[in-house]
Design a protein around this ligand. Sequence first.
Ligand SMILES: Cc1cc2nc3c(=O)[nH]c(=O)nc-3n(C[C@H](O)[C@H](O)[C@H](O)COP(=O)(O)O)c2cc1C
Length: 316
Amino acid sequence: MAQGDIDLGVQVGSIAMKNPIATASGCGGYGEELAEFYDLGRLGAIVTKSITLQPREGHPPPRLVEVRAGMLNAIGLANVGLDRFLAEKLPALARFDVPVIVNVAGSTPEEYVAVCAALDAADGVAGIELNVSCPNVKRGGMEFGVAPEPLAALVEAVREKVTRATLIVKLSPNVTDIAVTAKAAADAGADALSLVNTLRGMAIDPWTGRPALTNTVGGLSGPAIKPVAIYMIRRVWEEVAGPRHLPVIGLGGVQFAEDVIEFLRAGATAVSVGTANFVDPQTCVTLVDGVREGLARLGVSSARDLVGRMQRGGET
Ligand SMILES: Cc1cc2nc3c(=O)[nH]c(=O)nc-3n(C[C@H](O)[C@H](O)[C@H](O)COP(=O)(O)O)c2cc1C
């Protein structure tokens, strides 16, 4: 099949992506960092770093360390806050022909609702991705995303205010069964799911005994977590997303075109790319071309046709 005959377009809620490649939250700033390397309009979507109601400094460095087959980070949600994001960062993205998905974080449901309502009313926000891996200060620090009840309550509260943008809930992998939280988010009105966020981890210098991160505990990302992400996407696809036709944005260790094809087969409609941008900032655009080549090689004319398509034991 000729590469020119390949249709890379995919749909996530009301977001028409020209290809299934998006940036991952926190790994490309507000877009401007990657715009130094290529036209952001070549991407399927841009996902911003987490935005909170108030500006945040984040944790002091070191807040990012390389580990074998990945990275540990404890950035602590450093960001400019909602007002500056709306005044400066969002307008700067308008010159690119790319849907903007704004990732949102907070420590109370009220904070999430306030940020999401303001973003939903703003021009140029195609999607809102809820980062539910934040400690819920009202519930003694437990993450919103690890138990179905607080997650459902949060998504329902946000859903009431988000009437225009596609609402994506980004699931935490730090759970016993991700199908449980996926179902809670879907029942509460999510238009799409994204998974996975980082896996909790830590590293200690063997000779000084000092933790590698100032925050001690961080989130593991990169190639090390890819098989976990694939498993969890498949589980969510089978239990929740497939039967309900709910789009999934897959992420966790995507680096090569083969990875994208693997994620689509697991059940993702699109992928987000995080840590790989630190290896090569051109990764996302290289992936767009690579996926086109891969689909041509498979004789599949549309990226959509590959979603969920894997063989089972004995099947041909
Ligand atoms: C440096 C860094 C910062 C991140 N910041 C955020 C963030 O602000 N919000 C969020 O939802 N996820 C954040 N993430 C998680 C990524 O979006 C992604 O879920 C995770 O890293 C797995 O993808 P990857 O292996 O491609 O990096 C961050 C990850 C890294 C490495």
